[in-house]
Design a protein around this ligand. Structure first.
Ligand code: AVJ
Length: 319
């Protein structure tokens, strides 16, 4: 009980700090991790089923199509560490494909969500020891001593790495390298660069689900931080940032307005935006360079025939 209360306070303080400092910048921004409250998570689930949103179904198909090769890469008796436990069916496909996996260790900040994941995996894979770690994988943490040291395999699907900027991604990869040791392996899903007529609709769908997902962030600010955003005065926008090789989501103010959040006022000019997410898109060379900077080399990769999405198999660089 105490855990939940202190966790709630910690989350509240972190959200408040991020929003107040983000809205005080010249380019207003709110970190994308706050998009996932209960409704946000549900809207993201709906996004993954949209015709325009290709990443989830492409990555899921890759795991099935390359199950044999992925199992060989991973080796027997793997101890699977999943950074962020939101991948559902993808992780089930991976575990089912592996040869005699020993452990499944989902790592996530959302304790209640983790519990559901753990129950599902224990029921489906009784021969695998499923044990969770409650931690924020975007910050430093140590693995507990009960995690077996041999055959650790990190799984980081969904192109979640693409939501991190270059320095955050490098730090994350280094931390993962530290957790896994010199004989570890990692499988990372990454969305690939492609023409904008495919990329942009994936983040601005015809049914408006992504717009709802983005606008829900303002609803969350209103509810949790005592904000007075009028949602109808903002419009969702998805744009390509060539310098960052990223699709960005913004919430654009339709008119000049002043908004109150946690007792502070913020002014918006007409057309001024809040940047709410960057979703970076890679090519093989770019991903290899990023992996190297984090202490890894790409030894294997699996991609679809359309070159839309890739799973990269990483091994530690000898150090
Ligand atoms: C969290 C990386 C899986 O960036 O593609 C989907 C989130 N944002 N539509 C992505 C998202 C808008 C998604 N990932």
């Amino acid at each position: 009980m105490l855990d939940v209360v202190s966790d709630h306070n910690w989350q509240y303080e972190a959200f408040r700090g991020d929003v107040l400092s983000g809205l005080s910048q010249a380019q207003k921004s709110i970190p994308s991790r706050w998009l996932y409250d209960d409704l946000g998570s549900e809207l993201f689930e709906r996004i993954t089923r949209l015709e325009e949103y290709y990443p989830t179904r492409t990555e899921t198909a890759l795991l099935t199509a390359h199950a044999e090769a992925i199992a060989s890469f991973s080796g027997d008796g793997a101890v699977v560490l999943e950074y962020g436990a939101g991948a559902g069916i993808k992780t089930e496909i991976l575990i089912a494909a592996l040869r005699a996996p020993r452990f499944y260790v989902p790592i996530d900040i959302a304790a209640d969500f983790l519990e559901q994941t753990v129950a599902r995996f224990r029921a489906r894979f009784p021969a695998v020891t499923t044990r969770p770690i409650v931690a924020d994988f975007t910050a430093p943490f140590e693995l507990p001593a009960w995690v077996p040291e041999e055959r650790r395999l990190a799984f980081f699907p969904g192109s979640t790495i693409g939501n991190l900027d270059a320095s955050e991604a490098r730090q994350f990869l280094r931390r993962m390298r530290h957790h896994l040791g010199c004989r570890g392996r990692a499988i990372i899903g990454a969305d690939l660069k492609k023409p904008l007529d495919v990329l942009i609709p994936a983040y601005d769908d015809a049914a408006g689900v992504t717009a709802q997902f983005n606008l829900n962030l303002l609803r969350r600010v209103n509810r949790e931080l005592g904000g007075d955003f009028a949602l109808e005065r903002f419009v969702h926008s998805a744009r390509w940032n060539p310098a960052e090789s990223a699709v960005e989501m913004h919430l654009v103010s339709r008119n000049p307005q002043t908004v109150m959040v946690a007792g502070r006022r913020f002014h918006f000019a007409a057309g001024e935006s809040i940047h709410t997410e960057s979703s970076r898109k890679y090519d093989a060379a770019g991903f290899e360079a990023l992996a190297r900077s984090g202490g890894w080399r790409v030894s294997d990769s699996w991609s679809d025939s359309g070159g839309r999405f890739a799973l990269f198999g990483l091994r530690p660089v000898a150090s």
